[in-house]
Design a binder for this molecule. Structure first.
Ligand code: NA7
Length: 544
């Protein structure tokens, strides 16, 4: 490896969301020449793009954010236990101001391609404004849920009304999101994941008619949002260090630990009492602090699934509708559990209609609306709450090529292969934050993404201090990590359920390969492993 050419930057960070801006800040603080590239006109990432009504955090606001920058936002007041998207975007803007990172960003810009030049040990990037830039280290912080998934139904273009993806809300001529007024409109929502479940109750308040096109129901549980007072905030601020230390001990960095008991170890009465308590508590508790074998044992899972099914039947008056809202295809929590506010009661409204597109699939769009086998639904607005190409989707949309011009999409065709989820063999000096197989994508990103950015900064500083400029995982280390990730996942009930964190590949020979995109070994183990690696001079990485 020669190094004749000096790159324009020490590091390029792709993405100006929660993790990206912090990474840019840290690398800049470490004295590196760094630039961030962001598609949107401003910072915010997920909080910039997802502007649909009802969009909010379902992590406790105070357990999400830039803990490590003690006092970065000393005056910040969260107004609700689970902050709404506008508040989140204000927080992101305030954080970007305090970190002073905007000057280090190129906004309104996409990275089209990134190619590793082995002769010069640099990455050459082409941007969609035609500019070419180069860097030594390429860091992606593209977010696990940013590449939108739009179904290509026949005739979509012929639809006379407006139709858009939930995370691409319509904008005015200046690019500002417009308030889509549903009053008196016939609205269709396709998709009943975490996004659809947030939109549906709000749209139902004003729409003349709301048609929910459901392919698969999800297990949804109450969010339990409430306002936070100034006194609450004063206490939270005093407890910030404790909150951070606590969430770092939990598997997903949300403020919940699993109960130490198995579901079968307690009586029916005790179990129901426990579930009732969890159901009434705000947030993810029912998913993340239930019995320890919830996602390991079908029998344990069924206890909770049956309990939630009973709740759905109690909350939805029309029992035919209630049955359609009860999942039968996957165990509770094997997919992301949407947190809801009056979701089930929404189906008691006369203007809300559940359309089961599993039994009566959408055939096509027509000028007046959506046609299924049975009928045509006349609509003015259609919202695609159809989700994202999870975790690797945004990387797949960039032409990333490593050594020997090998494409990342080819290297990962049947699922990612990484070391610590941070680097892939054949792609030197390329780091994937909140990427596949690391302890961040399946985690409270506000905390885990930041911890990972700090780890990468330490590694690059270590390398800089020793005159090292090259990092690539060794084959053995990568194989061990990847096999362990797949084995951990295979032990859980999530293994047989399709969700945005699973890649399903249909091979030409007719076989199907299902691979997890996420690491489920738990944050503490992940970070312990990362610290061991760092302590042992970045063992497993080939540094030069
Ligand atoms: P999700 O959770 O992936 O949900 C997408 C929903 O859209 C889900 O109900 C899908 O049904 C449905 N879908 C997807 N494609 C289609 C087509 N072609 N036709 C009909 N229905 C479709 O995405 P969300 O945006 O709700 O949430 C993503 C994450 O954002 C979430 O986990 C949070 O962390 C925040 P399916 O289940 O595939 O049958």
């Amino acid at each position: 490896m020669t190094q004749n050419q000096t790159p324009n930057y020490d590091a390029v960070v792709i993405g100006g969301g929660v993790t990206g801006i912090y990474q840019v800040y840290l690398l800049n603080q470490a004295g590196m020449r760094v630039v961030g590239i962001e598609t949107a006109p401003d910072v915010g990432g997920t909080w910039y793009w997802n502007r649909y009504p009802g969009c909010r955090l379902d992590t406790e606001s105070y357990a999400y954010g830039y803990f490590a920058l003690k006092g970065i936002l000393p005056d910040w007041e969260w107004s609700e236990r689970f902050a709404s998207q506008p508040e989140m975007l204000r927080y992101m803007n305030a954080a970007a101001d305090k970190m002073d990172v905007r000057r280090l960003y190129k906004f309104n810009t996409n990275v089209v391609s990134a190619r590793y030049d082995a002769n010069n040990n640099i990455w050459n990037l082409r941007l969609d404004d035609g500019e070419d830039i180069s860097c030594r280290y390429l860091v992606s912080a593209t977010g696990p849920l940013s590449a939108t998934k739009m179904p290509d139904y026949k005739g979509i273009d012929s639809f006379r009304g407006v139709a858009f993806h939930s995370s691409r809300w319509p904008t005015d001529a200046d690019g500002k999101p417009v308030n889509v007024d549903f009053t008196g409109e016939r609205v269709g929502v396709i998709g009943t994941g975490a996004t659809g479940v947030q939109i549906i109750p709000i749209a139902a308040e004003t729409a003349k008619d709301l048609f929910v096109f459901q392919r698969t129901p999800n297990w949804c549980t109450p969010l339990g949002n409430s306002p936070l007072t100034k006194e609450d905030m004063d206490l939270i601020r005093k407890r910030y260090p404790t909150i951070l230390e606590y969430v770092k001990t939990t598997p997903t960095a949300f403020p919940y630990h699993r109960d130490t008991r198995k579901a079968s170890e307690v009586s029916d009465e005790e179990r129901t009492h426990f579930f009732e308590e969890l159901y009434d508590q705000p947030g993810y508790g029912i998913w993340l602090s239930g019995f320890r074998d919830l996602l390991l044992s079908k029998e344990s899972n069924k206890f909770l699934a049956d309990f939630i099914a009973r709740k759905i039947r109690q909350r939805v008056r029309n029992q035919e509708v209630a049955e359609k809202l009860i999942p039968t295809d996957h165990p509770f929590g094997a997919k992301r559990v949407p947190m809801e506010t009056n979701y089930y009661e929404t189906y008691n409204k006369d203007n809300v209609h559940l359309v089961d597109i599993k039994t009566d699939p959408i055939l096509e769009f027509v000028p007046e609306g959506i046609k299924t086998g049975d009928k045509t639904y006349e609509l003015d607005v259609v919202i695609f709450a159809t989700g994202f190409d999870g975790v690797t989707g945004s990387l797949d949309r960039i032409d990333i090529r490593g050594k020997n011009d090998r494409k990342l999409v080819d290297a990962w065709a049947e699922g990612p292969s990484t070391y610590l989820g941070l680097q892939a063999r054949g792609f030197p000096n390329f780091f994937t934050l909140v990427g596949p197989h690391n302890g961040s994508a399946f985690c409270n990103v506000g905390v885990c993404g930041a911890l990972q950015a700090e780890w990468v900064t330490r590694m690059l500083t270590y390398m800089g201090d020793r005159g090292l400029t090259y990092s690539e995982p060794g084959q053995a280390a990568e194989d061990r990590w990847t096999e362990a990730v797949y084995a951990d996942f295979a032990r859980t009930l999530m293994a047989d359920t399709n969700a945005w964190w699973i890649r399903v590949t249909h091979k030409p020979d007719g076989s199907v390969v299902r691979r997890t995109l996420v690491y489920v070994g738990g944050g503490p183990d992940y970070r312990r492993r990362c610290e061991e690696v760092a302590y042992n001079d970045y063992e497993g990485f080939e540094l030069a």
